[in-house]
Design a protein around this ligand. Structure first.
Ligand code: ADP
Length: 443
């Protein structure tokens, strides 16, 4: 009927044809090559200076500091034969003013949490190597130097930009007189995920985050990498952090931008940046769905018997709701969909439910396809026999359809490549300890 046709027409912009998918693949490949050859590109392709994966010999007690995820955490991990056998974790709250004022009090607070944690573990007299998971874009000059490029998420301490986060932490620890904690490596959650995945599956060579944000990293041949600052020590491989959240920030991906994406961008904290992340990650997927639903509502195509004020509020439709509604589509029922809409004081009819489920499917499916396009391109670039992709993040964990779509699309886009998706739990904690152990080994 006419209404259905109108909705389908409006949503065609969200559908990517196979020709468009190929075009995105070409652009992603070209941006990766430019990035790795230090030419202007929206992909940073940063050298992490992690030159090898765990080999099963990692042993000892390690601290990990995890900043940039949902929680700030300090962890103590004991490794035996490369496996975490003991893990003590403490979560700390970071006040809003610490996240947005000067960097000095922020890093003093981080150091204070580390010291208190070490004392609570009774380890204040033991020398402890620390791996610092700092999940923000960095320029790395070595495994233990990470210059902050820009804050993201809920952090914005202006005077830390262009400074070395590791040095700030070391200085804060030194001011406390804490000399037994040794910061030996800095990494982000994505590299931590690859490293943690490698302890679960020896073919792991890609790390992927689908959580609040999105990013990926992979194992590259060292001779292909131009950005090497410290002297090389015969490294054969190195982990490259793609920083793909920013893919398209230079405009190369604008042809897929829909009117809904433009509005999503306009409502976001940092307009015109993190273009790719805004199509796919947990922070934005629900918002895209909300924007489409509001448009359909305003056009008189949805919820015609009522209007919802709360649905008009940006950010009100969280990505958790998308997962719930997609679960209904999988189960062929309406239960969660009705519950979610009730939160917006909407009592839907049968047609409303089908439309809402359809919108969630279209937005989720596009996210899965975009991630798969980049992963397929990466697999072709890596030319390995077999690659396991280690994934972490709540969006991937909880969305009921992403994994199966990704398996399908990657296979379609690069049929000859053997790959596997695995879930690597807590790379930003466990991975940090293992990277610290690797750092000590290669010193
Ligand atoms: P991080 O902030 O370190 O990425 P997570 O991986 O836990 O931490 O991701 C949290 C994000 O995942 C939330 O901001 C939200 O966008 C998304 N999320 C949480 N729960 C769900 C869910 N059930 N379905 C889909 N996305 C979810």
């Amino acid at each position: 009927d006419v209404k259905r046709q109108k909705i389908a027409n409006l949503l065609t912009q969200m559908r990517l044809s196979s020709a468009t998918a190929r075009k995105i693949q070409d652009i992603f490949r070209s941006e990766m090559n430019k990035g790795i050859h230090l030419q202007p590109s929206s992909l940073q392709m940063e050298n992490t200076y992690i030159p090898e994966l765990p080999d099963g010999t990692e042993e000892g007690l390690f601290l990990a500091l995890d900043l940039g995820g949902t929680n700030f955490r300090v962890l103590l991990l004991e490794l035996v034969n490369g496996v975490v056998v003991r893990e003590d974790v403490k979560k700390y709250h970071i006040d809003a003013h610490l996240r947005t004022d000067s960097g000095i009090p922020l890093f003093e607070y981080l150091a204070e949490c580390v010291s208190n944690f070490v004392i609570s573990e009774g380890l204040q007299d033991v020398e402890l190597p620390l791996g610092f998971t700092f999940s923000f874009p960095m320029i790395q000059h070595s495994l233990e130097i990470g210059i902050l490029v820009t804050w993201t998420k809920s952090f914005n301490c202006p005077d830390v930009v262009n400074k070395d986060a590791v040095q700030l932490l070391k200085d804060a620890l030194a001011r406390r007189g804490d000399t037994r904690v040794k910061v030996v490596a800095v990494l982000n959650d994505t590299t931590g995920t690859l490293i943690q995945g490698a302890t679960q599956d020896r073919h792991t060579a890609i790390g992927l985050i689908l959580g609040t944000g999105s990013n990926a990293c992979y194992l590259e041949r060292a001779d292909k990498v131009e950005h090497w600052e410290p002297e090389r020590h015969g490294e054969r491989e190195v982990i490259i952090d793609i920083e793909w959240g920013a893919f398209g920030d230079n405009g190369v991906l604008d042809f897929i931008k829909t009117e809904f994406d433009l509005e999503n961008d306009a409502n976001s904290l940092m307009v015109n940046s993190f273009t790719f992340e805004k199509y796919i990650s947990g922070k934005y997927l629900g918002e895209i769905v909300r924007i489409i639903l509001v448009r359909l509502m305003k056009d008189g195509l949805l919820f015609t018997r009522q209007t919802s004020e709360s649905l008009l509020i940006p950010g009100s439709f969280i990505t958790d709701y998308v997962s719930l509604i997609e679960q209904d589509t999988v189960d062929g029922c309406w239960l969660h969909t009705k519950e979610v809409l009730a939160k917006f004081h909407i009592v839907p009819d049968e047609e409303d439910i089908k439309i809402v489920q359809y919108v969630c499917e279209v937005a989720s499916n596009r996210a899965a396809l975009l991630v798969s396009i980049c992963l397929a391109t990466l697999l072709d670039h890596m030319e390995r026999e077999e690659v396991t992709i280690a994934v972490d993040g709540s969006l991937y964990k909880h969305h009921p359809r992403l994994e199966s779509w990704m398996n399908k699309y990657i296979s379609l886009l690069t049929p000859a490549r053997k790959f596997k998706l695995i879930h690597a739990q807590d790379g930003s904690g466990k991975g940090a300890a293992i990277v610290a152990a690797i750092a000590l080994r290669i010193k």
